[in-house]
Ligand binder design. Structure first.
Ligand SMILES: C[S@@+](CC[C@H](N)C(=O)[O-])C[C@H]1O[C@@H](n2cnc3c(N)ncnc32)[C@H](O)[C@@H]1O
Length: 224
């Protein structure tokens, strides 16, 4: 994407009332005003709150918001020019149950209060296979502890990935640390049984992997 196009999207993001772009200082100093108040101040209801981490263009957040008008969704990514797509679609369709937050997932516990979140989706994260990149892997032990903090006690996690490595790594870690694997499927479009919502919505990256006939995997779990 050209820098002119990016600039245009950044400017448009700033006009959308469903886009939140707190500064790093605001976030780390715990002065981001929506922390603990997403439902009260923004969604203005007490519906369950669902996050999509590394949402990219936001297909899952918008798709889920369409399917579940009784739940609230927030797509989170560090790249605002990407989620501009989802934010604009939501504005154009008058959707009030989906928002976008530009921040680093590493800072997630500063953006949501303890127990504020009901469910989290991680869609096609970078597997970060190299040893030096392990700390950036979005299902490593440190990330799971961050998610646990903001999730309700029975909060549910969902991981969808094309990466066999990421799928295997996460399953191994979940077993090793004694978390609860609710459901796992290593090829959701070929092996029946995945919840319908798993195969009903495709993200941008997913569509490309499906064209290459790659298997799409899914794990649903609870962090203990
Ligand atoms: C491979 S893409 C997948 C995007 C989308 N979920 C999809 O399936 O089309 C990974 C996304 O995660 C975002 N991301 C990676 N690490 C992140 C981090 N630490 N904090 C916030 N976003 C991150 C990237 O900007 C990118 O948009």
């Amino acid at each position: 994407m050209g820098s002119k196009n990016k600039l245009k999207r950044f400017k448009e993001n700033a006009t959308f009332d469903n886009v939140f772009q707190p500064t790093r200082e605001e976030v780390v100093n715990d002065t981001f005003p929506l922390k603990g108040k997403w439902n009260k101040e923004f969604f203005k209801n007490d519906h369950p709150l669902v996050l999509e981490l590394g949402c990219g263009k936001g297909e899952y957040s918008v798709g889920l918001a369409n399917r579940y008008p009784e739940k609230n969704f927030i797509g989170i990514d560090i790249k605002g020019a990407r989620f501009w797509r989802g934010a604009k679609t939501a504005v154009e369709n008058g959707m009030h149950n989906v928002a976008f937050l530009r921040t680093q997932i590493e800072l997630i516990e500063h953006c949501f209060a303890e127990g504020e979140v009901d469910e989290i989706w991680i869609t096609f994260p970078d597997p970060q296979i190299k040893y030096k990149r392990t700390k950036h892997r979005m299902t490593n032990s440190e990330f799971l502890q961050r998610y646990k903090k903001i999730l309700k006690a029975d909060g549910v996690m969902n991981l969808k990935t094309d990466s066999e490595f990421m799928h295997g790594y996460t399953l191994g870690l979940l077993h090793g640390e004694g978390h609860e694997v609710i459901y796992a499927n290593h090829n959701v479009y070929k092996n029946e049984g995945a919840p319908e919502v798993v195969t009903a919505i495709q993200t941008f990256y997913e569509s490309q992997y499906l064209e290459q006939d790659k298997a799409i995997t899914y794990i649903q779990f609870r962090i203990k």
